[in-house]
Design a protein around this ligand. Structure first.
Ligand code: DQA
Length: 145
């Protein structure tokens, strides 16, 4: 079964969007690095700007995935629909943010994902995705280290 790596709104703009906050890697760069690191384990990596599509993909990950790495971007702070979908997961959920929302505006301190995640990696930029993959493989029984 694959590891799902799902991204929410505006992450398609990574590389050019506020690079001082989010870094210069594109989402394609990040996904390519994860595929290289995952070895034999398949990676299903997708991004959407639509809340409903993200919910449907979470449901798909629940059926088809071994683990879910999720950067829900702004929906992290707003989406009860996403929270409800994530609650149905029986596979490990690892939350990622490039920036550290706890060190930013108060509206980013509300988080509907963290309460249903195994853990959250935030503030480490694109490297956080690599750490999340390592955790996903370990938690889903695929780790070699
Ligand atoms: C983000 C943090 C969110 O607050 C923001 O809305 C994003 C990106 C991050 O990766 O740092 O779009 O999820």
């Amino acid at each position: 079964k694959p590891v799902y790596v799902l991204g929410g709104p505006n992450l398609n703009l990574l590389g050019t969007r506020e690079p001082e906050i989010y870094g210069r890697d594109t989402l394609e760069d990040i996904h390519a690095r994860l595929r290289a690191l995952a070895g034999d384990v398949a990676i299903v990596a997708r991004q959407t700007n639509s809340e409903g599509e993200l919910v449907s993909w979470v449901q798909e990950a629940a059926r088809e995935g071994r683990a879910l790495i999720l950067n829900a971007a702004a929906y992290t702070h707003t989406s009860i629909a996403l929270h409800d979908a994530l609650k149905t997961l029986k596979i490990p959920l690892i939350e990622v943010h490039l920036s550290n929302p706890a060190a930013r505006e108060a509206f980013r301190h509300v988080n509907y994902v963290a309460p249903v995640a195994v853990g959250t990696i935030a503030g480490l930029g694109a490297y956080g995705y690599e750490l999340a993959l390592s955790a996903a493989l370990r938690l889903s029984g695929e780790a070699r280290s």
